[in-house]
Design a protein around this ligand. Structure first.
Ligand code: FES
Length: 288
């Protein structure tokens, strides 16, 4: 591997293991010691398969987990569901498949300076960065509690691992097949009070992020969101990943907002920085 932008590295890596998780989800563990050593929760890697030239652009994937065990080569896990040609090809990768990878990219979650109770809120496959975050927060002495949501119990991402990485986990499903029937914000206030959380970290679909951000603003809780956006270059050159954000008067347009590049200024943003009125619920083109 060779150094590229800032702390990111690029090169060919090998798949160590492929796993089929619950019905909609796939997982790949790749051997990438340089990325593993530098990665922080909330960052992402960009991946393509060198053998399939139909995929010219790398696809972005949140770092789900890293393994830095001493004596271990250093691995990085990604999880995904099939949304398009890129993930269809990746789901066929098996042990020893070569992948072309760039990372880690983007700005990670910020950690509390003092010991703090942290509530992690994730929806569907969007919850991918939370496991890495939970493990690192606990390693720094913070209490971690989870809310995991999904359409059905099958869509809850890694519920057993979430239980292992936190003190409590609460589930919500649209159909009531696991936990509370409803959405994550139906139980957010109760879980904040029960866990005495002082900060919320969230990732998932945009309508969920918007609802969590609104609820945190009402409860006067700081909230960080990991944004999922269509990306091309992954390091700030192409401008396809723009997210509407509030800016100081005079810094953006007359209405006090502008665009931030998700790949370099995100994917983690303070929820209060996002200009939610300008955000569309389903960004076009997220078909990794
Ligand atoms: Fe190219 Fe963000 S993906 S600028």
């Amino acid at each position: 591997m060779s150094p590229t932008k800032d702390a990111a590295w690029s090169g060919q890596v090998e798949v160590f293991a492929y796993r089929r998780l619950a019905e909609p989800y796939h997982s790949l563990t790749i051997v990438a010691p340089d990325i593993c050593a530098r990665a922080a929760p909330g960052q992402f890697i960009a991946v393509r398969t060198p053998d399939d030239r139909s995929l010219l652009l790398r696809r972005p994937f949140s770092i789900h987990r890293v393994d830095r065990r001493p004596g271990w080569a250093g691995t990085v896990d990604i999880v995904f569901d099939i949304r398009g040609r890129g993930t269809e090809v990746l789901a066929r990768a098996r042990q020893h498949t070569s992948l072309d990878v760039l990372g880690p990219l983007g700005r990670p979650f910020r950690f509390p300076k003092e010991q703090t109770n942290c509530l992690l809120v994730g929806g569907g496959i969007g919850a991918a960065p939370l496991l890495f975050l939970a493990e690192e927060l606990r390693g720094h002495g913070h209490r971690v509690d989870y809310i995991l949501g999904g359409r059905t119990s099958e869509h809850l991402l890694r519920p057993i691992e979430a239980k292992r990485a936190s003190l409590t986990v609460s589930f919500t499903t649209d159909d009531g097949s696991s936990g509370t029937q409803g959405v994550v914000t139906d139980i957010l206030e109760e879980r904040v009070r029960a866990t005495k959380a002082r900060v919320v970290y969230t990732c998932g679909p945009v309508p969920m992020l918007r609802a969590v951000a609104r609820e945190c603003a009402r409860l006067k809780l700081p909230c960080q969101v990991a944004w999922e956006e269509v990306m091309a270059c992954g390091f700030g050159a192409c401008l396809v990943c723009a997210v509407p954000v509030r800016l100081e008067r005079g810094a953006g347009n007359d209405e006090g907002w502008g665009w931030a590049r998700c790949c370099t200024e995100g994917p983690v943003f303070s929820a209060s920085r996002i200009h939610w009125e300008r955000v569309e619920d389903a960004p076009a083109g997220v078909t990794t």
